[in-house]
Structures are given as structure tokens and as C-alpha cells.
Design a protein around this ligand. Structure first.
Ligand code: KG4
Ligand code: ZN
Length: 330
């Protein structure tokens, strides 16, 4: 199949638009960050997010099409995130995609954001070897699943409370490291030593995760030892997260015996996690598939990439927002 897919991602706080061909080549991408809007609130303010998407979406689409000298007739489809995400933010992307679809005569597909993350490893770099074990570690999600092929998933486990990205962000706030928390914690952790004893919640139990206890334990420690080294605390927190995540990956590789281990989502940008997962994959003799750093966090290129699966399967999920869309539903 030739042509390009126009991907639109507005599930949270970034307006992202991209053009991607079947091989995963990104012809153009533009992401408008809302960081400055939400920074003062210490988290995403949903109403302000939708308004900012509304302002940014059409100029961003125009800019991306112009940059790649693309006209609607070059498009095979439009792919837009339909969930999971914030309802108001999702609606802006979906309504824009639907209007353009009608105006241009190009089909539009509502795409699962989680499938977008999973297909992010196909962008520009390599190919996933199936069957695969996939771990999605982002701000919104923490889950581990078995993939028989690019389409069929078996969910092994998810988090009972906070996501791992959320706990990075909350711990960063406790340590006054600012937002986004993940990269700030990583940088501090590199300068410290993991000397503080922190819990490894549910490390030895199945595939479920729990990160709220770890976060509370960090909060307690800071309360009792206000002069604690930020670097040592960051290093100890990262070590606890890495320990839990690698234990689950190790268990899944032993049980599922896949050909590759795929780690995706914003937290997959963490160098500590990338390195530790490399060791786990090596132990089991499977390939480690990681998205290039820039495609680990939310972006429209991964949504466009995932849309090819929908196009080739002849699926046309409705363009209705699904804020709680799960991995198993297209
Ligand atoms: O995938 P993503 O961009 O958005 C969601 O779908 O949630 O993930 C965002 C999360 C944030 O919690 C952020 O702190 C974390 O990914 N993150 C990182 C790094 N870069 C982003 N966590 C650890 N290390 C990083 N380098
Ligand atoms: Zn995401």
C-alpha cells in the first residue's frame, strides 16, 4: 500500500500531527506542547488542554502538510486517537479528523492510543519479532502483555493504582525537580547512589503492579529526613522501579518464551530502564525492541503508524471518544 497516513494525537496535553508512510518513515511531524499552560497547576488542567488543542490543531495540520508538500490526494487515511485520554482533548482531534475526512474524501480511523505506543518501535528503526512480550510504561498506563502478532494481545497485568510515569512525576515534585518528572529524576539519579531502602511493591507476585506504596515511602522518608540527598533519593527510587519492572519482564519472558521484548511509553525513554531491560532480554536470548527516544513519549507519528494496521484489516472503528479504552479493544 502506498501513500501516507496523517496521524493526529490530542489525547492529553500535546497537539501532535504527523505524516508517516507504510515503512515507518516520518515525512513530517509537528508537536505543540502545552507545558507552559499546565506547569503552574502541577498537572494537566483538562479544560485548558481542550481549548489549547482547539487553537493549535488546524494550523498544525496545515504546517505539517505544507512541510512535506502533501495534498489530500496523497493521503491513504487519517488516523486519530479515540482513547484512552481526556474526553475534551480527544473530541478536538476526532472532530477535526472527521471534518477533514468529509471535506477531503479520505477515510478516518479512530485509533487506540495504546496500540500507537506499541507500534512506536516500528518508526524509522526496526521491526518487532513476534510473538513478543510488551511492556507499556507511560504517565497514563503501566501494563504487560503478550502479543502473538501485531494485532492479537493477551493482557498479563496492569497497575492497581498509580502508573510508573505518574510516580516518577510525583517523586520529582516532592524533590522540587520540576516537570516533566521522568527526565529530571533520571538526571539526578545518575549523580547519586541507591543507598536508601525503598519497597519493591508486588515484585514477586504475578504481573500486576502497584506504585503508590513506593511513592508514599519516598514521601515518608523525605518527611523524616528533610536533608536527604536528592541524587541518592532519585537513584534509590529509580533502582526500585527498575527492580520491579525487570522482575515482571523476566517472569513474562520465562513463561511466554517470545522472540522479542518490547518496551514502550514515556518511561521507556529512561536510560536506566533501557539498560536494565537490555540485560533481561540478553539473559533470555530475545531481541530488545525500543522506540527511538523521541518516539517514546506521546506523538502523532506512532498513531499514524498504528493506523496502517486498521487500514490493512479493513477496520473502521467509529470516531467516538472512548476515555477508558482498553488495550484489547481496537
Ligand atoms: O507516554 P507518555 O508521553 O504519555 C502518556 O501516554 O502517559 O508518558 C509520559 C510519562 C511521564 O510520566 C514522564 O515523566 C515519563 O513518561 N517520562 C520519563 C522519561 N521521559 C518521560 N520517565 C522516565 N525517564 C524519562 N527519560
Ligand atoms: Zn501515551
Amino acid at each position: 500500500m502506498s501513500g501516507l497516513i496523517l496521524g493526529i494525537e490530542t489525547s492529553c496535553d500535546d497537539t501532535s500531527v504527523a505524516l508517516v508512510d507504510r515503512s515507518g518513515h516520518v515525512a513530517a511531524i509537528k508537536t505543540v506542547s502545552q507545558f507552559e499552560i499546565h506547569e503552574a497547576f502541577g498537572g494537566v488542567y483538562p479544560e485548558l488542554a481542550s481549548r489549547a488543542h482547539l487553537e493549535a490543531i488546524l494550523p498544525t495540520i496545515e504546517a505539517v502538510m505544507a512541510e512535506a508538500s502533501v495534498t489530500p490526494k496523497d493521503l491513504t487515511a487519517i488516523g486519530v486517537t479515540r482513547g484512552p485520554g481526556l474526553i475534551g482533548s480527544l473530541l478536538v482531534g476526532l472532530a477535526s479528523a472527521e471534518a477533514l475526512s468529509m471535506g477531503w474524501g479520505v477515510p478516518a480511523y479512530g485509533v487506540n492510543h495504546l496500540r500507537g505506543h506499541i507500534r512506536s518501535v516500528e518508526l524509522e528503526s526496526g521491526r518487532t519479532e513476534f510473538p513478543a512480550v510488551i511492556m507499556l510504561v507511560s504517565g497514563g498506563h503501566t501494563l504487560i502483555a503478550e502479543l502473538k502478532d501485531a494485532w492479537s494481545y493477551r493482557l498479563l497485568g496492569t497497575t492497581r493504582d498509580d502508573s510508573v510515569g505518574e510516580s516518577y512525576d510525583k517523586v520529582a515534585r516532592m524533590l522540587d525537580l520540576g516537570m516533566p518528572g521522568g527526565p529530571a529524576i533520571d538526571r539526578a539519579a545518575k549523580l547519586g547512589t541507591p543507598v536508601l531502602r525503598l519497597p519493591r511493591p508486588m515484585k514477586n507476585e504475578g504481573y500486576e503492579f502497584s506504585f503508590s506504596g513506593l511513592k508514599s515511602s519516598v514521601a515518608r522518608h523525605i518527611e523524616q529526613h528533610p536533608k536527604v540527598s536528592i541524587e541518592d533519593m532519585s537513584a534509590s527510587f529509580v533502582a526500585a522501579c527498575v527492580d520491579v519492572l525487570t522482575a515482571k519482564a523476566d517472569r513474562a519472558l520465562a513463561e511466554c518464551k517470545p522472540r522479542s521484548l518490547v518496551i514502550v511509553g514515556g518511561v521507556a525513554a529512561s536510560p536506566q530502564i533501557r539498560e536494565a531491560m537490555g540485560k533481561v532480554a540478553g539473559k533470555h536470548g530475545v531481541e530488545l525492541c525500543l522506540p527511538p527516544m523521541k518516539w517514546a513519549t506521546d506523538n502523532a507519528a506512532m498513531i499514524a503508524m498504528a493506523t496502517w494496521d486498521y487500514v490493512e484489516r479493513g477496520l473502521q472503528p467509529e470516531l467516538m471518544p472512548k476515555p477508558n479504552l482498553s488495550l484489547e479493544t481496537p
